[in-house]
Design a protein around this ligand. Sequence first.
Ligand SMILES: *[C@@H]1O[C@H](CO)[C@@H](O)[C@H](O)[C@H]1NC(C)=O
Ligand SMILES: *[C@@H]1O[C@H](CO)[C@@H](O)[C@H](O)[C@H]1NC(C)=O
Ligand SMILES: *[C@@H]1O[C@H](CO)[C@@H](O)[C@H](O)[C@H]1NC(C)=O
Length: 256
Amino acid sequence: MGIRVFSFLVALLFLASPIIQVVRCQSEADVDATAVVEGDDLGIVGDETQVLGDGTFSPAPGVDTICVFPKNAAKLVPAGEVTEILVGMHNEGESTLNVIAMHGSLHLPFDHHMFVQNLTTQEFFNASVPVSAQATFPYKFAVNKFLQPGSFDLVGTIVYEIDQQPYQSVFYNGTIEVVEAGGFLSIESVFLVTLGVALLGLFGLWAYGQIQQFSKKTKRATKVEVGTRATDANMDEWLQGTAYAHSLSNKPKKKK
Ligand SMILES: *[C@@H]1O[C@H](CO)[C@@H](O)[C@H](O)[C@H]1NC(C)=O
Ligand SMILES: *[C@@H]1O[C@H](CO)[C@@H](O)[C@H](O)[C@H]1NC(C)=O
Ligand SMILES: *[C@@H]1O[C@H](CO)[C@@H](O)[C@H](O)[C@H]1NC(C)=O
C-alpha cells in the first residue's frame, strides 16, 4: 500500500513536470517578447552604419518590385540563421536606376509601431537597372537568435536613386514565420525528452509494482495449492473405500 501511494506521487510528479516546464517557458516567452520590444540594443543584428539618412522617400513611378522566398513558400525564418530572399526590380521608368541599399525591420504583427528588430542594411555598389530591364538582388538577413518563434511582420525596403534623386520602395510587407534553428535545445525537444523520461519512469514503476504483486501472488498461490492438496488428501481419505474412490482408481485401468 505504501509503495502504491509512493509510486502514485512519483508518477504525479513526473507527469506534472513537463506542464510546469511549459508554463515556465511561456512566462519566459512573455518576458522575452516584452524585452525584445523594449530593449533598443537587444535585437540589432548587423545593423550597419546609417547610409540612408533619416528621411523616407517615396517610390519612383514605373518601378515595380517583387519579393521571393526561394524554396520557402511557408516563409520560415530560422532564428539566428541567415535567410536569403530575392528582390526583383523592374524598371519601367525613364532613366536607369541605381540600387543603393536594402534594409528591413521586424515588427509585431498586430502593431507595426512595435519595433522588434532592425535587420541588416545591405549596401550595393554599381548595381544599376537600365530602363525596361529587370534585375534580381539577394537580401540576406538574420533575425535575433533569441527571438521567440512565431509570426512577425517583415518590412523590407529597397533604396535607389534615379538622376541623383533618392527613392525607396517597400518590396515586402508581410508575415514571416520565425522558427527555432535546428538547435538541440528547443522547447519541444525538452518537452518530449521530459515526457519520455516520465513515461519510462512510469513504466518502470508499473513493472516494479507488477513484479511485487506477482511474487506476492505466487507466494499466496503456493500456500493455497498446499491447502487444496491437503483437502484433496482429506477427500481422498474420506472417499477411501467408497464407490467413488473405486471408480477413480478403476478409471486408469479401464483406459489401458
Ligand atoms: C531601427 O532603426 C531606426 C532608424 O533607422 C531607429 O529609429 C529605430 O529606433 C531602430 N529600432 C531598433 C529596435 O533598434
Ligand atoms: C561598375 O559598372 C561598370 C559598368 O556598368 C563597370 O565598368 C565597372 O567595372 C563596375 N565596377 C565595379 C566595382 O563593379
Ligand atoms: C505594412 O502593412 C501594414 C498593414 O498591413 C501597414 O500598417 C504598414 O504601414 C505597412 N508598412 C509599410 C512600410 O508600408
